[in-house]
Design a protein. Sequence first.
Length: 432
Amino acid sequence: MITAASLLLLLHVAADLRVAPFRADATPDMGEPLIWTTPVTKIMDPLYAKGVILESKGKRYVMCSMDWCGISGSTHRMLTEALAKGANTKPEYVELHTLHQHSAPYVDGDAYALMRKLLPKPPLLMSDAYLAKLANNLTRAAQSATFQDIDQVGLGEAKVEKVASARRLKVDGKLVIRFSTGAKDPKMAALPEAPIDPMIRTLTFASKGKPVARMHYYATHPQTFCCDGRVSGDMINAAREGFEKEDGGAMQINFDGAGGNVTVGKYNDGSDAAREALAERLKQGIRDSVKATQWTSPGDVDWRAENIRLPHRPDLADHKAILAAPAKRTDIEIYRAAISVVFAERKRPLTLTALRIGGIRILHMPGEVLLEYQNFARSLQPNVLVAAYGDLQSGYLCPDVAYQEGGYEPSASNAGPGTEAILKGAIRKLLR
Ligand SMILES: [Zn+2]
């Protein structure tokens, strides 16, 4: 018999998880810088920040992914606060990530401040006016998001065919680096795809049998082209927005996993045809992952955080020297050196968080994390969804062996050997 008391309990349980999806424009204005300092000359397609506000037991959590190459330092903090304000929650409950397209901006406010202090003529910096407009877009989008009661959560996964491919390869015992347009060279295209994580994983929030929002997790650099003044969300945006049109109005949000050493290089020669084919194959992976969804009722929600401090790169003096004598240096060298120096002098810790909804876990990491850490997290919790590319000030986060081997990622990392024990320790604490 259903008593009044048990009916009240049922109503309470049914409404315990609410989700509000939102979308904000994040397209830079003409003349503003893309990675690293290239001015915008053409908008191919708009960039977005898309996310959800999740509410449970009176607490609100925000997970947002932006079509930018990187957001770090005080800029990451400022935009996180803008989202927290709009969602009426604490910044500590906001995860802001990027998808790491290279036809998009990369802004580090701490490096900007250092360059403004040290250099009479700093490189092209994103204007305060545009950043204020963007922060306002995020606040307003979160503020006007509509909550829906969630009665089912679903998890699906599927293999994505011929999109991700390894950037660090061992060929005859030697390290070979295959960049994002690797397939211009047939020899690079012929090298193996692995090691990658070929699976895309999808978390769906549904209300009364209708999907409200889907969050897709897949680990790869998404860029097919770079640094020529054209703004685009690239192939990942095309796949995501294309699927959104097929999916009956549910918001589609993509997160990049630990794809620091994964690119589309085996399959991308930089042509429009290659980009379109990659987008189609990724969209098929999204479709298959959605189709494979297994439903459960939402369980308890739990949010954990771990703060870490990472060692800086050993050759910091070289980067300081670039800033001390910038005359013969390029704008890119100067900006990247500035990010390296502010990372080494950083006071605020980096934070990893884990969200648990019943048996589903999402791990959020700062930095451009290499695949080895995603594999490590999944060895601890086989179902965990992994999002990297939070505050990106550290650059690449490599396993210690990569710092010994050398190659591209450690050379572009602002962190140093010793990172592995600290990062794995935090992942272990969050996922235990
Ligand atoms: Zn990268």
